[in-house]
Design a protein around this ligand. Structure first.
Ligand SMILES: Cc1cc2nc3c(=O)[nH]c(=O)nc-3n(C[C@H](O)[C@H](O)[C@H](O)COP(=O)(O)O)c2cc1C
Length: 169
């Protein structure tokens, strides 16, 4: 498997914890580079054919500001041939109408640039009203809810990473 760029904001609490857990879960099976979305340049980002990108949702259904500066760069990229797996953090009880929307917003941006998304997961076991990250009964990535289901994080991350090992080339 090709090396993976794991892109998220180093200036986060829970998103950073999940990112580190994902990298640990890959173990020595593949090289995973941790990349700070607040500092990355397009050239560095495009070194990776395999990417994992993570974000929380803030502001009732919006991306956190950490992504603001880099999104315009992504919107100028041709991402055909690149594979992206997404993870998202949200609070299904506090924000049931916008659960994990940030992950859904990233999915829309990457797909528009031609990237292939992998790592979809079942929505079973989550309770919410609507989510921009949902596509026909699946989330477009891994959903993590620290506030309400923190005890499931470890098993959810490990199962997802096993799936990614099969889906990444
Ligand atoms: C002001 C605020 C707004 C939020 N809005 C949403 C939301 O719209 N949808 C959602 O699923 N979670 C929402 N959340 C929950 C966060 O996404 C969740 O707490 C996440 O774990 C934070 O991760 P971080 O520590 O990496 O920022 C919100 C949290 C706060 C504090």
């Amino acid at each position: 498997m090709k090396k993976i760029g794991l892109v998220y904001s180093f200036n986060t609490q829970k998103t950073s914890k999940v990112a580190k857990r994902i990298a640990e879960s890959f173990g020595d099976s593949v090289k995973v580079d941790m990349v700070n979305v607040e500092e990355v340049k397009a050239e560095q980002f495009l070194q990776y054919e395999n990417l994992i990108c993570g974000t929380a949702t803030w502001f009732d259904g919006e991306l956190p500001n950490h992504w603001d500066e880099f999104i315009p760069d992504i919107e100028d990229m041709d991402m055909k041939g690149r594979t992206v797996a997404l993870f998202g953090l949200g609070d299904q009880k506090g924000y049931p109408e916008n659960f994990l929307d940030g992950m859904g917003i990233l999915a829309e941006i990457f797909e528009k640039q031609g990237a292939s998304l992998i790592g979809f997961t079942s929505t079973e076991g989550y309770e919410y009203e609507s989510s921009r990250a949902e596509r026909g009964g699946q989330f477009c990535g891994l959903g993590i809810d620290y506030e309400n289901q923190g005890s499931k994080n470890k098993e959810r991350v490990n199962a997802w990473v096993e799936k990614l090992k099969l889906e990444f080339k």
